[in-house]
Design a protein around this ligand. Structure first.
Ligand code: SF4
Length: 480
């Protein structure tokens, strides 16, 4: 919504990367709304633009630079706050994007581990300078000089958990940050460097926030972190115990798990997953189907063990949506290794394969690894696996045609739904459905509401739906 429409200065957001970044942006947006700002989707309307960056691949960084440059160009009066993992690992490089525009500083880079500082800015900005864009920019420059850095609260508590998106403002589901950082040392990973060692939100606070989300009307909450399997509580309690607490401490809210490492699949974990409020959607960070490549990646499990875990998941849940991340073109990967990965994906029958070309990250062990896979060869392998991913997703969606499932009403506002006669639904098993309303009904479900639907036909998508696009997988009908 623009200043002309609301009379309020507006903030635009762009989030790159993972669900954790989305959760943190949600919290920042809520802080701005609370201090009297409006949220706009249009950067040209914005008085302030916030970019939450990602450093998982060089491509993600390239996208981040492109977003920042576009924001600086599209709206010359608008300051840009940049944060996230890229801001953590290359602050100076990002600050250099602001050089030489002659209008005073417009780019404010806040390293990822100090991202929580941004949560204090809305109240300070509202107090200091909202009468004009120039006033807001000057106030921001002053505030950035005075807000103390560091990743600790004055109480010594980690500031990482000031992010609480129990009541979503941008999205239709609650996001709960339960964990940050990682203690593993995968040889290609910059995330652990950008986010630091593993830390966990205390169990009672996680439950408190989930109850808050449920009381605020959320029908689903996504548990996020860098490696949620490394969530740890008192007396050796782990993610399985936490989920038990969350299920018994809430009434009917559904819980969706974000990305899981293969080492999480213990008997205890499988037992907890039996609860029907744990949604049948599991995204496993597998990375390769080759034992040798996994070892070079510093990942210590066997592909066969992952296949066993997937078999168990299919015993526990009715045809769950099982997805994975795969890195292709890792240094030393031969044709044989790639075939092992491809065959592994075939055996696993994934509903979604998130294919990443290997990306050399400075500061990681794999930066110096040889032999490198020639770019053309790596690209060829990426395309082969991506094409297979399209097929896998289609097959999974086709299996659900004619079947009923629960889900969340996503994005479409009522008006658009009224004209389209349909709403976008994200089903429990992670299928994106454009669901028509029953002919005799004019009851439009609200965003975030839980509904039941029947899947009637797949959409013929020939592009990879890696979950980051809003591609629709299927058509369906809402069951009232
Ligand atoms: S598990 Fe590995 S890839 Fe994932 S965040 Fe930790 S170090 Fe990085």
């Amino acid at each position: 919504m623009s200043f002309l429409e609301t009379g309020l200065p507006s903030v635009a957001f762009q989030t790159l990367g993972c669900k954790l970044n989305q959760c943190e942006t949600e919290t920042i947006a809520a802080a701005f709304i609370k201090s009297g700002f409006a949220i706009t989707d249009d950067p040209r309307d914005a008085w302030l633009f916030v970019v939450n960056t990602c450093s998982v691949t060089s491509k993600a960084e390239q996208k981040g630079r492109g977003t920042i440059r576009a924001a600086l160009k599209q709206n010359p009066l608008c300051p840009v706050i940049v944060t996230g993992c890229y801001a953590e690992v290359d602050r100076a490089g990002l600050e250099a994007l602001d050089a030489g525009n002659g209008e005073g500083r417009r780019l404010f880079v806040i390293p990822g581990t100090q991202k929580s500082r941004i949560l204090d800015m809305p109240t300070m900005l509202a107090a200091e300078g909202m009468e004009s864009r120039a006033a807001l920019r000057d106030a921001l420059a002053r505030i950035c000089r005075v807000i103390p850095g560091g990743s600790k609260r004055p109480s010594g508590e980690s500031a990482a958990f000031r992010f609480d998106a129990a009541t979503p403002v941008l999205r239709s589901r609650a996001f709960l940050k339960i964990q940050d950082g990682c203690n593993n040392s995968c040889t290609y990973c910059l995330v652990r460097i950008a986010r630091g060692p593993a830390q966990a939100l205390p169990e009672e606070t996680v439950l408190e926030r989930l109850c808050e989300a449920e009381s605020a009307g959320a029908a689903e909450a996504v548990l996020t972190g860098v490696n949620i399997g490394q969530w740890s509580g008192a007396a050796g309690r782990g993610l399985a115990e936490l989920i038990e607490t969350l299920v018994s401490g809430t009434r009917e809210l559904r819980i969706r798990l974000s990305s899981l490492e293969p080492d999480i699949f213990t008997e205890k974990f499988f037992a907890v997953l039996q609860n029907t409020r744990i949604l049948p959607h599991f995204h496993i960070s597998v990375q390769s189907g080759s034992v040798e490549i996994l070892k070079r990646m510093g990942r210590f499990y066997e592909p066969e063990a992952v296949l066993d875990a997937i078999r168990r998941l299919r015993e526990i849940k009715d045809d769950p949506f099982v997805a994975c991340d795969m890195i292709v073109g890792f240094p030393g990967e031969t044709e044989r290794h790639f075939s092992e990965t491809y065959n592994f994906c075939e055996s696993a029958g994934f509903a979604q394969i998130h294919v990443f070309p290997f990306s050399r990250r400075r500061g990681t062990a794999a930066w110096d690894y040889k032999p490198r896979v020639p770019e053309r060869e790596a690209e060829k392998r990426v395309n082969i696996l991506k094409n297979y991913a399209v097929l896998s997703r289609k097959r999974y969606v086709e299996k659900w045609v004619g079947r009923e499932t629960g889900g969340i009403c996503m994005s479409l506002p009522v008006e658009a739904a009224a004209t389209a006669g349909a709403v976008n639904v994200l089903t429990d098993n992670y299928i994106r459905v454009s669901a028509r309303l029953p002919d005799d009904s004019n009851l439009f479900p609200q965003k975030g509401r839980r509904i039941n639907c029947i899947i009637s036909a797949p959409v013929n998508n020939d592009r990879v739906n890696d979950g980051t696009t809003s591609l629709i997988d299927a058509y369906g009908k809402i069951l009232i």
